[in-house]
Design a protein around this ligand. Structure first.
Ligand code: SF4
Length: 511
């Protein structure tokens, strides 16, 4: 008998941490359990063939699928074909996308069993019942959440190939104590830490095996400062011991909570080794109150400014358009306020209705209309029409291409001038009117469009524009924030860039 753990990852570079947790916790079933990961876009019949190739003649096959917002449609197709070709295969579903509104989903009708919530203990239990009997009576099982000490850490299951070629996701804690209504973590009500010494011992082994790129999926890295400092010290020790072969760490951080002790640690990281994702989401206090997001805006802004000016951390700051109560104008104010702080990237997201999140309580009062298909993006609300929302969606896409890509570092401030949101929206509308496209715009074409807009719509000198774009385009630009950085640190940056720094950040750092 074989048990397969499978999922469709968004990219090859994303190694599924969830599947590895399940495998680590299979107990005496681990020996006959295998991982079979796919990447979105793979042909359904090829995936079915691959999965069935693990089945021995006359033996039972159980397949557990990790179902997420990005793979629900393709996983549904996959399970449908699988059940046609091999109806005897037992399908068990788990993951956030099937943990709520479970019975309304087509994929659930096709499957044999579903685990909602945590699967670490419940998945092996269900497998045992299927294999040894008596068979589970219910189709849907609420996943048991065990004490954290009972969960086996999965990091030795990252293969040498994973370590060499893929992003390694790690977590020192699960859950979040905050209650932002658009977020699935709002349902957790608290955070649960893993034993920090055990966790760091696992990081030590990963590092010894060659791992250099660590992406923390903890929702709030800076919640417990004592723990954050220990984790940072681990990486600082590695950087000090191996300056020629540096590590790179990515953390999600609450922006209004940066005590001095943490700042002292952050300051010690050289360029190209530290990245923070900070969620601002909205600077509008009325919207924050509506969606139960507690955030001290002044403190958050002060901290972002401090990080830009006094640290080498690469900053991604998230904003969400389409929240209840937010108008285009109030969003624009927030965008301009954030841009003035000069983070390296503004991640401009559009509100999505994640299954189970409390945001839907505003549906009636604020006229929230969501796309019924994944990823359930908001289409309109009582303050933003469908047409305006479409303009915001295009803004987000072009912002990624022009600003976040780091490819127009000299030109971007000229495009944005004194009114970043308004000017970029004008550029976005203009590009769309000219191209009818938001995807598959080659860099050369984009550069030509930006140049044309600056000269025809903003009246700039053509030759000046051409020279500026050329300097960006030739990769000679630098996306720099804060004061000049020391020459010594720049030397480290070059090494870091070569080895572990993600390409976009490397471009922002490129001199
Ligand atoms: S948005 Fe961030 S802080 Fe708010 S509930 Fe989600 S994870 Fe927690």
């Amino acid at each position: 008998m074989t048990i397969l753990l499978s999922t469709l990852n968004a990219r090859y570079a994303h190694a599924s941490l969830g599947l590895r947790y399940l495998l680590a916790n299979m107990g005496d079933l681990q020996e006959q359990t295998r991982l079979q990961e796919f990447v979105i876009g793979a042909k359904t019949t090829d995936m079915v063939e691959k999965l069935l190739s693990h089945q021995q003649a006359g033996e039972k096959l159980i397949i557990g699928f990790g179902v997420y917002i990005w793979n629900i449609e393709e996983t549904t197709k996959l399970v449908a074909v699988l059940k046609q070709v091999a109806p005897e295969v037992v399908i068990v579903l788990g993951g956030p996308e099937v943990s709520y509104e479970t019975n309304e989903q087509h994929i659930v009708k096709l499957a044999d069993y579903v685990i909602t919530g945590w699967g670490d203990v419940t998945f092996p239990d269900i497998c045992k019942q299927v294999l040894q009997g008596p068979k589970p009576l219910m189709k849907v099982h609420a996943g048991v959440q065990p004490p954290m000490a009972q969960i086996k850490l999965p990091y030795d299951l990252y293969s040498d190939d994973d370590i060499k070629n893929r992003t390694l996701y790690v977590e020192a804690s699960r859950g979040c104590p905050f209650k932002c209504e658009f977020c699935l973590s709002a349902l957790d009500k608290t955070a649960w830490p893993f034993d920090i010494d055990l966790f760091l011992a696992e990081m030590e082994s990963l590092h010894a095996r060659g791992a250099r790129l660590f992406k923390f999926v903890d929702r709030t890295f800076n919640l417990n400062i004592k723990t954050s400092l220990k984790i940072m010290q681990f990486f600082l020790d590695k950087l000090e011991a191996n300056p020629e072969d540096p590590v790179f760490a990515h953390f999600e951080v609450v922006p209004d909570h940066l005590p001095d002790a943490l700042k002292d640690g952050i300051k010690k990281f050289p360029p190209g080794t530290l990245q923070f994702e900070l969620g601002i989401q909205t600077f509008n206090p009325e919207v924050q109150a509506l969606i139960s997001r507690k955030q001290n805006n002044d403190k958050a802004a002060e901290n972002i400014r401090w990080l830009c000016e006094h640290s080498e951390a690469h900053l991604h700051v998230d904003l969400i358009a389409g929240l209840p109560g937010e108008t285009v104008e109030s969003f624009a104010l927030g965008f301009n306020r954030l841009y003035a702080l000069k983070p390296h990237e503004i991640q401009f997201g559009i509100l999505k209705r994640l299954r189970g999140t409390p945001i839907i309580r505003h549906t009636q009062e604020h006229g929230l209309i969501f796309d019924p298909h994944p990823p359930y993006t908001i289409l309109a609300n009582d303050t933003i029409s469908f047409a305006s929302m479409q303009r915001l969606v295009r803004f987000a896409r072009y912002w990624d291409l022009v600003a976040n890509s780091g490819r127009f570092a000299h030109t971007l401030p000229v495009i944005l001038g004194e009114s970043p949101f308004e000017h970029f929206m004008a550029l976005s509308d203009w590009i769309y009117a000219r191209t009818d496209a938001t995807h598959r715009i080659a860099l050369e074409k984009l550069a030509a469009l930006v140049a044309e807009w600056l000269s025809t719509e903003r009246g700039m000198d053509k030759e000046q524009v051409a020279a500026m774009i050329k300097s960006d385009y030739a990769g000679q630009s630098i996306h720099q924030h804060g004061p000049d950085k020391s020459a010594g640190k720049a030397a480290v940056a070059k090494t870091a860039t070569a080895a572990s720094t993600p390409s976009r950040q490397a471009r922002h750092m490129a001199a």
